[in-house]
Structure formats: C-alpha cells, structure tokens
Design a protein around this ligand. Structure first.
Ligand code: AMP
Length: 176
C-alpha cells in the first residue's frame, strides 16, 4: 500500500539528462508530505534498533530524507559532497564514471571509530557513486556501515548491488 503511494507519486522523466535515460524524479516524493512521512517512517522502522549514530547523505538528493531520518533516529547527519564544497579538512575518494574520474569528500572530523553509519542516497543505478561513498566511510574505520536507497533500479539488467560485498546490509524501499 505504502509502496503503491510512493510509486504513484514518483515522476518518470524520459530522456533526461540524455536520450535513453528514464530519470526517476524524487522531487515529486519530496514535495509530498504524505510520501515524506511514509519514507521516513519506513526507514525508521528498518534502522531504529541498529544503533545508528551518523546518517551520511550523498549530495544532493540524499540530503533530504537522510537528514529527516537522522532526526528521527536521534543520530547526527553528515554530508558527503563533491570536491571544493566542504570548507574544512576532508578525506576523499575517487572513482571512475562513464566519462572520466569523479571525487567525493567528507569532513575529517565528521565520523569516528565509535560511529555506526547509515549511508543514504535516493537511487541505486550502477552502484558506482555509493561504492565510492562506502569506501570513503571505511577510511574512518566505523564500527559498522549500513546502506540504504529509496529506489533500486533493476530494469534492463541493472544490478548495482553486485558491486558491494554480500556481507554489507543494503535496503531499498522501491525496486523498479
Ligand atoms: P550510480 O552511481 O550509477 O548508482 O548512480 C546513482 C546516482 O545517480 C544517484 O545519486 C542518482 O541520483 C543518480 N541517478 C542515476 N541514474 C538515475 C535515474 N535513472 N534516475 C534518477 N537518478 C539517477
């Protein structure tokens, strides 16, 4: 029922940003009070007993539900950002994209060894960006790291999960 509501509210934009891509536009979930409540409540139920101390959101669509969830879990929120956006000292991770290299950053003092981390982003496609974020978080040596997405793309043989070690717990609210 809740999944149906989310699916009904999710906008698909064909051929964005390039021809052939079916872009899942989560802004139509974020603008709905009901969908926001469903997403945050469902994620809270999944993670309330895991001892999460930091939710790490991936720029920028991962900030929205990630921050709301952090408040509900009683956890802190950490921004994982593109280079040059964070003002203080950072740790970085680089990864290969379709056209060239990309880098992401987290403030050096944002995570420590006592943290239990939940990494959150809006959508899992190839898994490349989340894998880099996961590897970046491991540089901080936290107690444990969980991964969550609102949407997991499985169309056209897409299998982003395959890039992660099977021992990592990954949850998604919608599989499309
Ligand atoms: P990937 O690294 O391939 O798993 O791509 C995931 C990131 O790219 C997420 O931050 C998404 O916001 C964005 N993304 C990739 N493909 C799509 C899509 N079809 N619709 C919406 N966002 C996408």
């Amino acid at each position: 029922m809740n999944n149906e509501i989310l699916l009904k509210n999710l906008r698909n934009v064909p051929d964005f940003p390039i021809p052939g891509i079916q872009f899942k536009d989560v802004s139509t979930l974020y603008k709905s009070a009901k969908c926001m409540r469903i997403m945050v409540n469902e994620l809270y139920e999944l993670y309330k007993d895991k001892g999460i101390t930091k939710v790490v959101g991936i720029e920028s669509r991962g900030f929205v539900v990630g921050a709301a969830l952090a408040v509900k879990l009683g956890a802190g929120f950490v921004m994982c950002r593109k280079p040059g956006k964070l003002p203080a000292e950072t740790r970085q991770e680089s990864y290969m994209k379709e056209y060239g290299k990309d880098t992401i950053e987290i403030h050096t003092d944002a995570i420590n060894e006592k943290d239990v981390v939940l990494l959150h982003d809006d959508l899992l496609a190839t898994g490349g960006s989340m894998k880099a974020a996961y590897d970046l978080v491991q540089q901080f040596n936290p107690k444990k790291t969980y991964i969550n997405f609102i949407i997991e793309l499985t169309i056209e043989g897409m299998n982003g999960r395959a890039v992660f070690d099977p021992s990592i717990e990954i949850t998604t609210l919608l599989r499309i």
